[in-house]
Ligand binder design. Structure first.
Ligand code: COA
Length: 711
């Protein structure tokens, strides 16, 4: 097969699909009511310069192009085939495409997995695979690209030209966003409809677009992923900003996980966690998706915290100040030298602090001078210029002054955003500024939020360097042996002693725990662990040990051990006469400090996921927990501690000394490593409670629980 589109590291087959040099439209039609007609018309009208080959069983010519009865009759190389024939004939058509050597099929046709016909969809993919062909769709509108002058879709026109690429799981929404790109002035190079994702998925496209010179920002509309870890891997490797709007959040993850930990999960929290870990900026709604896309596609990341706001109105200045706080870049007063210089470009009653208020009297000269100076000053990491329409100023003059100031400053690599609040004149000026490559919004908080997103993007870039975590002193083999021994006894729940042995094999600091099967053995073990100790029954038939009176704490000497042994045995047998008893656990009694909980869920999309929160009411009542898809590195483990609302408790509040966050980070990372390593064996587990001591004094896992997968 001739390869017409080889380039760089990019997959030549995907390139053939997305940047084809020739396109067959199978199901092309002369009937203007048919999608097969619209696609040919759109390719013509968008100025596509590659070969256009309509395929139709009866027409010899369609919209000025010679038509062929079959794709196999086309005497030229065909890179991509847009398929617009009814569902029942798509499979034989795909086979013909494969035989022809087509690189990729863009299947617009609906009526496959989305209506329950998984079998035909699977057969399409299997057939395509036989020929090394890729499939986009089915159930899509097609794909659009400004840089390729290619509208291979049934959307009316190419999007407003720009540097972002939108990938959408919803076709109808993509058509709407195509139109909205003009009214919002948000530019896209490509819009790709991904539909059922039978083959080409988000991960493939993120990887492809990472190397696409026409894409500076990737925007995603996501309903659901098929392979979470692959998606995360592609996003982590992507060096361009990715912004995603996730919809269709279902509770299937929560429902599936019956355990206490699982009930707190819910897939939306896990999606949120996974996107964050993968460095994806998360949009809250469609407007936010466009706002972030505009900022990311036009401006560089903000590499420091110093945001300076210039305004001609106190009100919008205050709104911007509030927004800066919400966006995680609270305004600080500019240094004295900056203030002195700015004072030269405002009336006596203006303010050179931050926001810098050049007042309603501020004309284009003052905007020019203050913007140019501030943008160039090294203290300023990001600049937002606000304008409120006034009777004494012309919005377009102000817009031009701001743009000229940015250009004349000679500075690059620093983000700037603008907001124009007013009527039609302001809207016109706003559009003009966007056309110059500066994101401009109709509200001050949006302009500040844009810089907040760019600040977040810089942090994502820094975190990308933090790498993977490989814990030392891990003995996975030993853990598997303990699990195999329990399975051999027909159990899928490990005893506490076994669970702690598994935890210990992953270097988790469990309290010393041994299993005694006689009173003398109990005494020997207690003496070697050291007093005080805790004693508990170990029996698969007694799950609620305290209710059975089968737990004794704070045992201080040998005499106490002997007494407790007898009482626990008697109480257990009184509670359940035929209980199978493994023995009595002899445990080190850890002094109490801050109590946290670490747990796991096996998410259907992302796999093993760690949950973390403070124990007691924090988890039970406030549900103050956070999630991370495993494995995680130490930086992510520290970030989890900051992610919960009760984070200050770990940092030390009201005279309490800070807790040992470093040791806790190691526990979280090792625990995540364990559930990832044992993902085929462990269905659920938790460490609850885990006691966190003062800084430098470590952490103790007091109780451990592991439920095995059913095999
Ligand atoms: N090879 C080439 N052309 C073929 C063919 C084949 N094997 N079999 C049929 N055709 C031709 C038909 O003759 C017809 O051309 P004509 O108008 O000249 O007769 C053309 O392909 C289309 O077939 P038709 O039966 O008229 O179907 P249609 O146009 O009414 O519908 C789809 C086809 C694909 C548009 C429709 O099945 C569909 O899936 N619609 C939904 C698409 C959608 O909304 N997708 C995006 C969701 S977001």
């Amino acid at each position: 097969m001739e390869n017409t589109n080889l380039g760089g590291n990019v997959d030549p087959i995907l390139t053939g699909l997305l940047k084809p040099k020739s396109i067959a439209i199978i199901g092309a039609s002369s009937n203007p009511d048919k999608i097969g007609y619209t696609v040919v018309k759109n390719l013509n009208e968008s100025g596509y310069e590659g070969g256009i080959y309509p395929v139709n069983p009866k027409d010899p010519e369609i919209l000025g192009h010679k038509a062929y009865p079959s794709v196999k009759d086309i005497p030229y190389v065909v890179d991509a085939a847009v398929i617009t024939v009814p569902a029942k004939v798509v499979l034989p058509v795909i086979k013909e495409c494969g035989e022809k050597g087509v690189k990729g099929a863009i299947i617009i046709t609906s009526g496959f997995a989305e209506v329950g016909d998984h079998a035909t969809e699977d057969a399409l993919v299997a057939t395509a695979k036989q020929y090394g062909m890729r499939i986009l769709g089915p159930n899509i509108i097609g794909t659009l690209s400004n840089s390729d002058k290619m509208n291979a879709s049934f959307a009316g026109f190419l999007p407003y030209d720009g540097k972002a690429t939108m990938v959408s799981q919803s076709g109808a929404l993509l058509i709407a966003l195509d139109a909205a790109s003009y009214s919002r002035g948000v530019g896209f190079d490509k819009m790709i409809s991904i539909g059922n994702m039978s083959d080409v998925n988000f991960a493939d496209l993120i990887t492809y677009l990472t190397d696409d010179p026409h894409t500076s920002c990737i925007s995603l509309y996501v309903e659901g992923l098929k392979n979470g870890p692959r998606f995360m891997e592609a996003a982590r490797k992507c060096t361009k900003p990715i912004v995603a709007l996730k919809s269709g959040v279902s509770a299937h993850g929560a429902a599936a996980a019956a355990s206490h930990t699982g009930s707190l999960a819910g897939s939306s929290k896990i999606y949120e966690a996974a996107f964050k870990q993968a460095g994806i900026s998360q949009a809250t709604d469609l407007n936010d998706l466009f706002d972030r896309t505009l900022a990311f596609s036009l401006q560089p990341p903000m590499r420091g915290d110093n945001l300076l706001v210039i305004t001609n109105g106190g009100g919008v200045g205050v709104l911007a100040t509030d927004a800066a706080e919400r966006a995680g870049i609270p305004l600080r007063f500019a240094p004295e030298d900056v203030q002195q210089e700015l004072k030269k470009h405002m009336p006596e009653f203006g303010s050179a602090k931050n926001p810098v208020d050049i007042t309603g009297q501020g004309g284009h000269e003052w905007y020019y001078a203050s913007t140019k100076f501030a943008y160039a000053h090294p203290w300023v990491d990001g600049l937002t210029v606000l304008y409120c329409e006034t009777a004494v100023t012309e919005p377009m003059d102000i817009a031009q002054a701001i743009h000229k100031a940015i250009v004349d400053s000679g500075v690059t690599g620093k983000p700037v955003s603008v907001s124009f609040v007013g009527g039609e004149r302001s809207d016109k000026a706003m559009r003009w500024i966007v056309e110059q490559g500066i994101p401009c919004y109709n509200a001050p908080d949006l302009a500040v939020k844009a810089l907040g997103a760019l600040r977040e993007e810089a942090r994502i870039e820094e975190n990308r360097q933090s790498g993977t975590y490989n814990p030392e002193n891990v003995d996975g083999q030993k853990a598997r042996e303990i699990i195999a021994a329990a399975r051999a006894k027909g159990r899928t729940a490990l005893t506490e002693v076994e669970a702690k042995q598994v935890f210990a094999a992953y270097d988790l600091p469990v309290t010393a725990t041994e299993l005694a099967t006689s009173e003398d053995e109990a005494v020997r073990m207690a003496n070697s662990i050291g007093y005080p100790i805790v004693m508990k029954i170990v029996s698969p038939d007694i799950l609620h040990k305290s209710d059975a009176g089968a737990v004794k704490v704070n045992i201080k000497d040998e005499q106490g051990v002997r007494e407790a042994y007898k009482v626990i045995m008697d109480n257990s047998l009184a509670y359940k006469a035929d209980a199978f008893i493994d023995g009595i656990a002899i445990q080190e009694m850890a002094p109490w400090a801050t109590e946290v909980i670490v747990g796991s869920v096996n998410d259907s999309t992302f796999g093993p996921t760690v949950m973390f929160g403070l124990g007691g009411i924090f988890v039970e009542v406030l549900k103050d927990v956070t999630f991370s898809v495993a494995p995680i590195n130490l930086a992510e483990a520290e970030a989890m501690q900051d992610d919960i609302k009760s984070a200050p408790i770990l940092r030390g509040v009201r005279g309490e000394s800070p807790r040992d966050r470093k040791a806790l980070a190691k526990v979280l990372a090792n625990y995540a490593y364990m559930i990832y390593d044992l993902k085929d064996e462990v269905a659920e587990s938790d460490a609850n409670p885990v006691i966190v001591y003062e800084e430098g004094k470590g952490v103790k896992v007091v109780d451990a629980r592991i439920i095995l997968t059913k095999k």
